[in-house]
Design a protein around this ligand. Structure first.
Ligand code: 5RP
Length: 262
């Protein structure tokens, strides 16, 4: 294992390395966004280049699309793919039912569309993302720019009657300007601390005019692959109810470990 990687990066890498074992020849694969997903795209690229794996990838952001092309993965649109065999993505939090908070990287809308259009979704993560109850990570909500402050006020007002421990929302910034998603929208981060009923929260948020999508992924993820800094990986399958543990063994490979940015 490369010695200059932090334990968290090693954990993300081994989770990604294990998850790509689920990718088979001919699959249409949803490619997630974020630092963990970037490892997965690199690992898949290596399989394409070195082992002739034939896949088509549907990226969930412009930055993932760029990385996928750079590492040699054929990139197609979701409309061209129509349906996907598998999506592999990171998460900001996951609970015991494999419900998720996503959107820390601002790509939740495309990520949710792509994951929902897939036979299976695998989340790759280090163990720090596992929580008993979702909500410590601020919940990202994608809103249209028109009237975003009114949408924020409506959300905060609605939160008053909900089972949460915090009720403020903040506009995500990119330096001095509001963050803009790939779809041209803004993100409100909801500081809820604890979401008592995440299913209800997801439904109520999506009923509000101005809200495009929220970062709660309920009943979408099928498996989580949890990586550890020592190379251990744990694969939990929510449908089969199984938990498997393995060690990921790998040799340092310059193509994988240089210039990785996300
Ligand atoms: C991007 C996401 C990411 O999957 C999530 O933020 C996790 O990112 P990272 O792997 O960098 O911790 O939802 O919108």
């Amino acid at each position: 294992m490369p010695s200059d990687l932090s334990p968290i990066d090693k954990a993300k890498f081994v989770a990604a390395k294990k998850a790509v074992e689920f990718v088979e020849d001919g699959m249409r694969v949803g490619l997630g966004t974020g630092s963990t997903a970037a490892w997965m795209v690199r690992c898949l690229g290596e399989l394409v280049r070195e082992e002739g794996l034939k896949i088509r990838g549907v990226p969930t952001s412009t930055r993932t699309a760029q990385l996928a092309r750079d590492v040699g993965i054929e990139v197609i649109s979701l409309d061209a793919a129509k349906w996907l065999d598998l999506t592999i993505d990171g998460a900001d939090e996951f609970d015991a039912d494999l419900n998720l908070i996503k959107g820390g990287g601002g790509a939740l809308l495309q990520e949710k569309i792509v994951a929902t259009a897939s036979d299976q979704m695998i989340v790759i993560s280090d163990v720090s993302k596992e929580v008993e109850t979702l909500g410590a990570f601020p919940l990202p909500v994608e809103v249209i720019p028109f009237g975003w402050q009114t949408t924020q006020a409506l959300i905060e007002e609605t939160l008053v009657s909900m089972d949460v421990m915090g009720r403020s929302a903040s506009l995500r910034m990119n330096g001095d300007s509001p963050f803009v998603t790939d779809e041209g929208n803004h993100i409100l981060d909801l500081h809820l601390k604890r979401i008592g009923d995440s299913r209800q929260m997801a439904m109520i948020l999506n009923q509000m005019p101005g809200v495009v999508e929220n970062g709660l992924f309920i009943d979408i993820c099928d498996r989580v692959v949890i990586g550890y800094g020592d190379g251990k990986v744990e694969v939990r399958d929510i449908n089969a109810g199984t938990i498997e543990e393995n060690m990921v063994d790998f040799v340092e490979n310059d193509n994988l470990f240089t210039d990785l940015t996300d």
